[in-house]
Every structure is written in structure tokens, then in C-alpha cells.
Design a protein around this ligand. Structure first.
Ligand SMILES: C[S@@+](CC[C@H](N)C(=O)[O-])C[C@H]1O[C@@H](n2cnc3c(N)ncnc32)[C@H](O)[C@@H]1O
Length: 258
């Protein structure tokens, strides 16, 4: 039996738009991930675990022919509603698991999987499948949250200090650095590289944003004037790019291995 929740909506997994640092992180993650697929007229692109379809729709609007692959009927329904509001050709949606993609070998120019690998019960098989359906020289693009980021490390250390040394009450509930209950894998850079490197010649491992989810940082960016907050977010983004091991999200990309 597969233990995957196919009825969820996105509100529990993506706090999009709730805080300034969240907005920044999700916008940058999307920007980098879509750019790595090298979208453009006539490109065939597969969005694996396409969710409510916003990335498939955006890529289609850039001229690509996009297929969204998603097992959840509910998510596909939401994607169809969203796509119906746009003009021009629409992505097509295929209901399937990531580890058994119902497509021919070498049938896409690029495949992306954004913010979903940690939900997969067989993530390596999913990468192998993405590499199989992408043409030689094409792009496989994976965007994954880093649970060993600077923010996770700092929050964990702060909580330990408070609870073990200063006698603060142990906090109940999930903390930002705890892996959510609907995740199968706790990703960090080395594991990402190890799994991806089996099927992809990884030529990009780019860190995105740094400090996301640290309560003090979320509060500070929320209170600062917009232009100051954005300058600070951009500076830490540049730092995350330089040190992907500590960044909030990592985008890995490359052609399928020969
Ligand atoms: C957090 S959402 C990400 C959706 C989208 N990529 C985005 O960036 O908004 C995770 C998605 O993974 C899908 N999913 C979970 N397990 C899966 C699996 N084994 N194969 C394919 N998709 C799966 C869920 O249905 C959900 O739509």
C-alpha cells in the first residue's frame, strides 16, 4: 500500500505569500528552477509532481509544450481551474506517479521537479525516470528544501541551548527544522548530490536564499522598509548561492547521464 496523501491542498505545505522572506524564497526558487529548464518556443517540458500547476502554466506561457505529471486528482482539478483562466495553449495533465512515468524514452527536452522530491516514497526511481524520459543533452532540474541549512542549524542550536542549558520548557509541535510528517526524506546537499548524481551529470548545484524561517529574520524582514528588506534578502541570497550547503533550497540540474 502506498502511504501518500492525495487529498491535501497546498495550504499545509507551502506558506506562499505569508511573510516577506517566504515570498522572496518561493519567487527565487521558481525563477531559478524554471530558468534551468531553458524554456522557450517548441521545447517539450515535463513538470513532475506539478501540484496546482502554476509552474506548468508559466512554462507554457513562455512558449513550451508542457505536460504536468501528478498523481492527485484534486491537484489536477485545481490546475485545470487555474489554467482555464489563462489564454493560449494549455499544458496537458497526466495522472501518474513520479517513479513510473508513462512516457517514451527521450521524449522531453527537460523535466523539472520542484519542492516535491521529499514527498516521494521512491525518490531515486523518480530521478531515474526523469533522466530516462529526457533526451540526451536535455535538462533534468530538481529543486529541494535543505534541512541542513544555516537557518535549520541555528534554530536547532538555539532550541537546544534554551531547553538543555537554560531550562526553557520544551516546545510542543513541529519546529521549522523538523521534517514534516508527509515527507519521506530529510534532504541535505550531500544526499541530493548522491541521489541525483546516479542519473544526472550535475552541472548546477545552486543555493537559493539563506536564513528563511528563522523567527528573528522573518520578523526583521517584515518590519524593515521594503527596499531595505529586499536588499538584505538579496544579499543573503547571494551568500546562499556561494555556499549552497547552508542555503534554504538547492536547485540541481544537468543532462541525463549517458
Ligand atoms: C509540495 S507539492 C509541490 C507541487 C509543485 N511542484 C509546486 O512546486 O508547487 C508536492 C506534490 O507531490 C505530489 N506527490 C506526492 N507523492 C508523489 C509521487 N510519489 N509521485 C508524484 N507526485 C507525488 C503531491 O500530490 C503534490 O502535488
Amino acid at each position: 500500500m502506498r502511504v501518500v496523501d492525495l487529498d491535501r491542498d497546498m495550504s499545509d505545505v507551502i506558506p506562499t505569500g505569508t511573510t516577506r522572506d517566504s515570498e522572496y524564497l518561493f519567487a527565487r526558487m521558481t525563477e531559478e528552477t524554471l530558468a534551468e529548464t531553458r524554456p522557450g518556443a517548441g521545447r517539450r517540458i515535463l513538470d513532475v509532481a506539478s501540484g496546482v500547476g502554476q509552474d506548468a502554466i508559466a512554462l507554457q506561457e513562455m512558449g513550451a509544450h508542457v505536460v504536468g505529471a501528478e498523481p492527485s486528482r484534486r491537484m489536477i482539478g485545481l490546475a485545470e481551474l487555474q489554467a482555464a483562466k489563462t489564454e493560449g495553449p494549455l499544458p496537458s495533465w497526466v495522472r501518474c506517479w513520479s517513479d513510473g512515468l508513462p512516457f517514451e524514452d527521450d521524449s522531453f527536452d527537460a523535466a523539472l521537479c520542484k519542492g516535491a522530491m521529499d514527498h516521494f516514497d521512491r525518490p531515486e526511481l523518480a530521478i531515474a525516470e526523469m533522466a530516462r524520459v529526457v533526451k540526451p543533452g536535455g535538462r533534468v532540474v530538481l529543486a529541494i528544501a535543505n534541512f541542513d541549512s544555516f537557518a535549520c542549524r541555528a534554530s536547532r542550536a538555539w532550541d537546544r541551548l534554551g531547553e538543555q542549558r537554560l531550562g526553557r520548557a520544551v516546545r510542543r509541535g513541529r519546529r521549522g527544522y523538523d521534517v514534516p510528517s508527509d515527507h519521506f526524506t530529510r534532504y541535505e546537499l550531500d544526499l541530493m548530490r548522491e541521489q541525483a548524481g546516479k542519473y544526472i551529470d550535475v552541472d548546477v548545484a545552486r543555493g537559493i536564499s539563506l536564513g528563511w524561517g528563522l523567527p528573528v529574520w522573518t520578523r526583521t524582514t517584515g518590519r524593515l522598509p521594503g527596499f531595505v528588506a529586499n536588499a538584505a534578502l538579496r544579499s543573503l541570497d547571494a551568500l546562499g548561492r556561494a555556499v549552497p550547503r547552508l542555503s534554504d533550497v538547492v536547485v540541481l540540474a544537468g543532462p541525463p547521464r549517458a
